[in-house]
Design a protein around this ligand. Structure first.
Ligand code: GLA
Length: 677
């Protein structure tokens, strides 16, 4: 069957291009200009209605479809398809007035007020009822509208309100706990409630982990995270079911947030969508923001099971929600967009079409800036639209990765709960450092869940699995036994899925495959360094590792310089079954990680997309229609990538000596022979 996104691309005649369109912010005359300029910029898909609830249902018992009727007709008349959004991310003021107890409550007990967006408790029945009603009305009205090509459920589930601690949430939490644990005895055991006299004798005694005197119960916190993500997923499923029933044949998506969102488990949401779409925003203060972008694109593809995905939002230039909102440099938006495309996106969309004149996001960039069409941003936006129109043949091709990087929301939640050995162990830092090593070696990886089917990967890396469930650990052990090559980062296998330490200590069920046990965790003091015998220095973390069959590949230096684990293994390797498993007992330097990944790739027979050229990112998409090599130059200097043959696209120069990638530019080559059929 044709993938729903590929079908959408066919309908659009190419790569999806556009953004959030919020016509309610503008008078009618402007809509005419909007559609004209959309055409000019090559826009073929816009997301409409994300925050329109107070317009389309101005009073509890009144719907007003005038704006949407007119806008949808207008867009359709100009050949622009619509990703129609349910408006449920922003209940109108009348809803809050009718149901003040549906406002979310913080862990400190403060009920938040109306006045922003997502001001609702995810578990409140009044919200569910109102949301279902407006979704039903919307779907009923537009199911047959020829402009509607995609449904966009809600907006960034849980971005602002995922964790609600109100009494309604407490009740829903209890029901969720009953379903998960069945008996109070099981819950008491899972949460270790005999510690600090927390044993529950009645389900009604259990509350969300609200602010309390000292450390909260970690099992309770972890389950509350799971419950909260599930509560939103329940709402996502409810809306999706309505749309599928009332408007069959139109695919449904929601904009996930990748690593931007800790609170909702993307791996759980993705399968509940017909096609995966994500938002990504660069962190202006991060000089390696483009590496984080690549990581998130690979996560989007991982969530999509390797199939194409849609970039629902990114920014043309600055955002407005960071401490200092740096404008993108000329060419940066193009590089960002083409990198997403290279990594499997078949649509490039932005927040938002026209920069707002009023409201909280007026200083956020858009496709059409305040300055109008005589502006750098507009010129780059229209140029990109024209370029994407020439890359239609890329749609539907796939990025094939030989490596999987494991990313797990529950592991992230658990690692960063209170009272760990070191608060300096940050999940995303670990993931990013491992990913950066792969990135710099031009090794493509899919970012997937630890329970994913790993059989197609030659190598798997797990930057951190502090929490690992028995099944996931067995999945990894089996993977290696059958010939896979695995590398695992420090402080992994520490607890089970309830944050309980298993008998025998770390790395728990990973001990067999890694061929070691961890005698003691030895966090370093802030500012302290320990030397390794590969010449690098590490900070923050060390472990005393006892080999149980593994070999030490790198050791902590002997004597004082080696820190608390001096002389002990820092990087190990265990030949196990038909494969191998490595462990890293510290937060390694980029050089140590680079060496580790290079050795792992060598053992596993993983090859780079092309041999690395400093600062030039390389990704390949392949399909029956051909092989497309994308080269993104993140340096200001021209670069030559040798050994590539084919036809240059987007003006790319290919010669016998290789491909020229202009400083800050992107080269795309339709390769002569697919690298891998
Ligand atoms: C998110 C939201 C958008 C907008 C942008 C701004 O992605 O989905 O509505 O607020 O952030 O960056």
């Amino acid at each position: 069957m044709t993938h729903p996104l590929t079908a959408l691309n066919q309908r659009l005649g190419g790569i999806a291009y556009g953004g959030d369109y919020n016509p309610e912010q503008w008078p009618r005359e402007v809509w005419q200009e909007d559609v004209r300029l959309m055409r000019e910029a090559g826009v073929n898909l816009v997301t409409v209605g994300v925050f329109s609830w107070s317009r389309i249902q101005p009073r509890p018992d009144t719907y007003d479809w005038d704006m949407l009727d007119e806008v949808l007709d207008l867009l359709h008349g100009h050949g622009i398809a619509v990703d129609l959004s349910t408006p449920t991310a922003a209940p109108p003021p009348w809803f809050t007035r009718l149901h003040p107890d549906a406002l979310p409550v913080t862990s400190a007990g403060t009920r938040l007020a109306h006045g922003s967006r997502q001001a609702f408790c995810p578990s409140h029945p009044a919200y569910a009822e109102a949301a279902d009603a407006v979704v039903t009305a919307l779907a009923g009205r537009y199911a047959e509208h020829p402009a509607v090509a995609l449904w966009h459920v809600h907006n960034e589930w849980g971005n602002h309100n995922a964790l609600c601690y109100c009494d309604t949430s407490a009740e829903a939490f209890r029901s969720w706990l009953r379903a998960r644990h069945t008996t109070l005895d099981a819950l008491n055991s899972a949460w270790g409630t005999d510690f600090w006299s927390q044993r529950y004798g009645d389900w009604d005694e259990i509350d969300p982990p609200r602010d309390t005197t000292a450390f909260r119960n970690p099992g309770q916190e972890l389950d509350f995270r799971r419950f909260s993500s599930d509560a939103l997923l329940g709402r996502h499923r409810a809306e999706t079911a309505l749309l599928r029933r009332l408007a069959p044949g139109i695919p449904v998506t929601t904009n996930l947030m990748g690593t931007l969102e800790k609170k909702t488990d993307g791996h759980a949401f993705a399968p509940a969508c017909d096609l995966v779409s994500v938002d990504h925003y660069l962190t202006a203060a991060d000089p390696d923001g483009h590496v984080d972008l690549a990581l998130n694109a690979d996560l989007a593809r991982g969530m999509a099971g390797g199939r194409p995905w849609l970039l629902m939002e990114h920014s043309t230039s600055a955002v407005n929600w960071q401490p200092v909102n740096v404008a993108k440099t000329p060419g940066e938006m193009r590089r960002n967009s083409l990198t997403h495309l290279a990594r499997g996106a078949d649509g490039i969309m932005f927040f938002q079409w026209r920069q707002s004149a009023a409201g909280a996001e007026k200083w956020h960039s858009a496709m059409l800036p305040h300055a109008g069409t005589d502006s750098r941003v507009w010129r780059e936006v229209s140029a990109l639209g024209a370029e994407l129109a020439t890359l239609t043949e890329v749609t539907g091709t796939r990025v094939r990765a030989d490596v999987a990087l494991l990313f797990d929301w529950p592991a992230w939640w658990a690692l960063e709960l209170q009272a760990r050995p070191s608060s300096r162990m940050r999940y995303l830092d670990m993931v990013r450092s491992w990913y950066a090593a792969l990135w710099s070696l031009n090794i493509t990886c899919d970012v997937v869940a630890p329970g994913a089917d790993l059989t197609s990967y030659r190598a798997v890396v797990a930057p951190n699995l502090y929490l690992v469930g028995d099944k996931d650990a067995a999945n990894l052990t089996d993977y290696v036994r059958r010939g896979g090559h695995l590398a695992v980062g420090c402080f992994s296998g520490a607890v089970d899925s309830q944050d309980r330490v298993r008998p025998g200590g770390s790395p728990g069920p990973l001990g067999e495959v890694l061929g070691l046990s961890v005698d003691e965790y030895l966090p370093l003091r802030p500012g302290e360094r320990a030397r390794l015998d590969d010449g690098s220095a590490v900070a923050d973390w060390a472990e005393r590792v006892e080999p149980r069959g593994c070999a030490a590949v790198v050791r902590f230096a002997k004597g004082a310089a080696g820190g608390p684990a001096s002389g002990g293994p820092a990087v190990t390797r265990n030949d196990f079954g038909r494969g191998s498993a490595s462990y890293v007992a510290t937060l390694p330097s980029p050089q140590t990680l680079h060496d580790l990944i290079e050795a792992l790739a060598h053992r596993a027979g993983v090859r780079p997309v092309v041999p690395p050229v400093r600062g030039v990112e390389a990704v390949r998409r392949t399909g029956p229609q051909g092989s497309f090599l994308f080269l993104v130059n993140h340096t200001p200097h021209h670069a030559k990538v040798p050994g590539v043959r084919g036809t240059g696209l987007l003006g790319t120069e290919v010669s016998d000596s290789g491909v020229l990638v202009p400083g800050g530019g992107v080269a795309v080559v339709r390769e002569q022979a697919p690298a891998r059929p």
